[in-house]
Ligand binder design. Sequence first.
Ligand code: 5GP
Length: 188
Amino acid sequence: METLKQTILSQGKCFPGGILKVDGFINHQMDPKLMMEMAEEFSTRFATVKANKILTVEASGIAPAIMLGYLLNLPVVFAKKKRPLTMGDMLQAEVFSFTKKQSYNICISKEFLGKNDKIIFIDDFLAYGNAAKGIIGLCEQVGAEIVGMGFLIEKSFQDGGSYLRDLGYNVHSLAIIDSLENCEIKIR
Ligand code: 5GP
């Protein structure tokens, strides 16, 4: 998606270890117009997919997911990283965070994910696919089907994309970064 690519090139910052910082428009300050354009692009790409729910992980997946949910008229559920005391029956999966270098649990109340659900999973980044693996795990626990996965930014050199596509998932990324070597952003 051209606008996103240009924004990454003009505002994105490289960090050692293959991390791209996009705090000026996605991860801290957010650009609602660009966010809506990205959701519109997802809605075109997932136009023929039969989904009844959008799933994401807090926090940075929520903004694009809610905008897509608005456009497709679908409810949006976000997996929580801390179990609220009030959450009863729930599903849990462990996720390794590549940026924080530690594992954490994600949880969703059983009230909001079940065997009849057909899910589009949305997240900000696709790196090694660990968050996606956690979501796959939650869906497998109840027999929900994942009919699409959408990422704002995929880093192709970190294998998550090939892993998910090899498993047969319908993966769409709006910008694909092929390299961050020498702190130079190379976008496909
Ligand atoms: P994965 O689970 O695919 O290994 O990594 C994706 C998750 O880690 C995303 O939800 C995102 O929060 C975080 N992440 C991975 N790589 C980057 C990156 O280069 N920049 C930022 N800002 N977050 C990243």
